[in-house]
Design a protein around this ligand. Structure first.
Ligand code: C2E
Ligand code: MG
Ligand code: MG
Length: 678
């Protein structure tokens, strides 16, 4: 029984060929290498890569097609028949096309649709067809006196092997992120493709007419010199493919690991490395307070667009010998190797850029940022510089486009802990005291009230600013204790002033963030005013937007309750926090306090002037009292008076915060001055 497709006719004799083993091994090596290269490149199509997925798939199919093709021809060159063999150049070149096409569709299909069994079978069939067509077109390109026939069993094995070659890839597709799996599958694929070729070849019988003269010794088809040259070129092409794939691979990996994809800035990994080997002298860490809110309100994609806009502003400083990093979602860092004051000046300039709302897509977003700047004294390790900058954030700095410079006494954690522990004794020993800053209706020349501000003369550290100790206390419940103490002292003071015939519309008390919604606060207020005989109308509660970022509904209810009871409520530092206008509509506040940052550059800044005008107009249209904080010069007073119906001004222009005893003489002086001007 013969299993050959065509029987060998009468008058013909079989001739047998021989293989040069080193070339066979080389051909198998080629195809394994190509398979590995193709796998690596095709997987790139799926990763978040900077080269288009189709390009990766095309590169993969070129590598695969090339591998199959080179296996075939190196294999054929390794094979020698005792007769003359030539190749048809056009067919030889064309034979690569089906292999590449099949590889393209197979890789594309698996990468795009994933690997169900059906998909695996389908793409493996495609690849099988590609491998086999390559082989048969390759055989057709052979111009030889001999005819050939195939052994059916061998042919079946070859076809099955070509199917398996891609089937293993599809089945193990999900494990391909591991290098060793890629290597093994590359080898298995290479071997299967080699089996396809060599089994097909072995199953072939070449036969010639009986009268053809057979030379005793096997004739090599081409001379060895040419063969070596061609093989070297093939190998070089393949290796360069592999190297470029690996290089691109590594580069993409490196970028993904070390660079932020949205801002393209180096991330914390690079920052960390450079801290270890660059001699940074100054590091500024910038924190953007709105990040979380913006993400919640507009979604994360918008959040990234927001950071991208911010990064663009940072990059204008690139020329000044600085490195910019995105070290976390909402923090950017700028570092420089230069010492000196220039960097600080630049950081302050940069902070100013965030005073105006930022346009992101169609939204105008107000921004509040804090910059923690740490400067090297002597030879300080840059990593320590970074730690120092970060310790400023532990104390929740105010986000008013502020640049805060690291100060060892104030920002070390030991200092923080000490303040926290000292507060109770400080209250008892009168280290804490209150000062009062007048608020004046400038058109009527009338003192409408005072804002109460805390001061701490610390036994060890001397004067500590409320901007430092309040955020520290706010992290614990101690701030509530202090607020209760302030309420008590203010009520006491109101009664003292009354006894001296000094009566003001109201005295304002700052109520810290989460105390606003606490049940305790209303109780303390009611009980204290009752005890001293103060009316609720005599108190104004200054709350900030931080008190309602966590729970708007609760804050709205709390404000409503205060107003029902007769207290007035001011929204402090308007314009620096989340500043949503919708809060203004929902909250039943009585007063809007516009933050100092909006007045600072008046009258010079046209932009600030129009923003301030706008805020005043909105506030007045909602029938709120408008207080403008931080007014220092006559031009600012004039501007406010021109643009407001009932301007209330608080600032150094009229008075710095005064101690209770100073209030009497100041008030006298104020009345004298105004009666002269009236
Ligand atoms: P704030 O409530 O916005 O108080 C206004 C701040 O602006 C005060 O700073 C005041 O002294 C300052 N200021 C007013 N007019 C001018 C001016 O014309 N020029 C300049 N440069 N500054 C002016 P201070 O007293 O240092 O307080 C800072 C912050 O600390 C306050 O901001 C408030 O958030 C907090 N704070 C102060 N006292 C208390 C308190 O008793 N309780 C609570 N929870 N926070 C307080
Ligand atoms: Mg205030
Ligand atoms: Mg304020």
């Amino acid at each position: 029984m013969h299993l050959h497709i065509t029987a060998i006719p009468e008058g013909y004799k079989i001739i047998s060929g021989e293989y040069a083993l080193p070339l066979v091994i080389l051909s198998v090596f080629f195809v394994c290498l190509s398979s590995y290269t193709a796998i690596t490149m095709s997987l790139r199509a799926n990763n978040d890569s900077f080269i288009n997925r189709y390009i990766w798939t095309i590169l993969a199919s070129i590598a695969m097609g090339f591998g199959i093709w080179s296996l075939h021809y190196v294999g054929m060159l390794a094979f020698a028949l005792p007769i003359k063999i030539e190749y048809n150049l056009v067919l030889t070149i064309l034979s690569i096309i089906p292999a590449m096409l099949a590889a393209f569709f197979a890789f594309y299909s698996v990468n795009k649709q994933g690997t169900s069994l059906k998909r695996a079978v389908y793409s493996s069939l495609l690849m099988g067809i590609g491998v086999c067509s390559m082989h048969f077109i390759g055989m057709a390109s052979m111009q030889v006196e001999a005819k050939h026939t195939y052994n059916v069993v061998g042919l079946v094995i070859a076809v099955v092997a070509s199917f398996i070659s891609f089937f293993v890839f599809s089945i193990f597709y999900t494990y391909m992120n591991r290098q060793f799996v890629r290597v093994i599958i590359g080898i298995v694929m290479g071997i299967c493709i080699s089996i396809t070729h060599y089994v097909a070849m072995l199953s072939m019988k070449f036969y010639v007419q009986n009268d053809v003269v057979i030379k005793e010794h096997v004739i090599t088809v081409v001379d060895r010199y040419n063969l070596a040259l061609e093989l070297t070129i093939l190998l070089l092409i393949l290796v360069s493919f592999l190297l470029s794939a690996i290089f691109a691979d590594k580069y993409v990996e490196y970028r993904a690991k070390n660079y932020d994809p949205h801002t393209h800035l180096p991330n914390f990994n690079i920052f960390e490395k450079r801290l270890a080997n660059r001699e940074y002298k100054q590091i500024a860490v910038w924190h953007f307070n709105e990040w979380t809110n913006i993400n919640q309100q507009f979604g994360y994609i918008f959040g990234e667009a927001f950071i991208k806009k911010i990064a663009a502003k940072f990059l204008t400083f690139k020329s000044h010998n600085v490195d910019v990093y995105r070290i976390s979602q909402d923090q950017l860092a700028i570092a420089t190797k230069q010492g000196g004051k220039m960097f600080e000046v630049e950081m302050r300039e940069l902070a100013k850029k965030f005073e105006y709302p930022l346009q992101v897509r169609s939204e105008q977003l107000p921004i509040s940022v804090a910059c923690a700047l740490s400067q090297a004294k002597n030879n300080i390790d840059p990593a320590k510089l970074y730690d120092n900058a970060m310790s400023i954030f532990r104390q929740s700095p105010s986000y008013k486009q502020q640049v805060i410079i690291y100060d060892e006494t104030v920002h070390s954690s030991a200092f923080e802990e000490e303040l926290e522990q000292d507060i109770v004794t400080a209250l008892k020993q009168n280290e804490l005291y209150l000062v009062y800053q007048p608020k004046i209706n400038s058109l009527k020349n009338e003192v409408v009230g005072f804002e109460t501000l805390l001061r701490w003369q610390h036994s060890k550290y001397g004067f500590v600013s409320p901007a430092v100790f309040i955020p520290i206390l706010e992290k614990t419940d101690k701030i509530q204790l202090v607020t209760d103490w302030v309420i008590e002292r203010v009520c006491q003071q109101i009664i003292n002033w009354q006894k001296q015939h000094l009566q003001f519309h109201h005295i304002a008390i700052n109520i810290p963030g989460n105390y606003v919604t606490s049940q305790n606060l209303v109780g303390v207020l009611d009980e204290t005013i009752l005890r001293y005989g103060v009316l609720p109308q005599q108190l104004e509660l200054e709350i900030t937007e931080t008190s309602f970022v966590n729970n708007v509904q609760e804050a709205i209810r709390a404000v409503e309750l205060f107003r029902e009871k007769g207290y007035s409520v001011a929204l402090d530092d308007f314009g620096t926090g989340v500043s949503s206008l919708s809060y203004l509509k929902q909250m039943n506040i009585s007063t809007l306090k516009i933050d100092k940052s909006f007045i600072d550059d008046i009258p010079h800044s046209v932009k600030d002037a129009s923003i301030l005008r706008g805020i005043i107009a909105i506030g007045e249209s909602l029938e709120l009292n408008i207080v403008i904080e931080g007014v220092e010069i006559a031009e600012q007073v004039q501007f406010i008076e021109e643009h407001s119906i009932k301007p209330i001004i608080q600032g150094y222009y009229f008075a710095k915060p005064l101690e209770a005893e100073q209030v009497y003489s100041w008030y006298d002086q104020f009345n004298q001055k105004t009666s002269l001007t009236v």
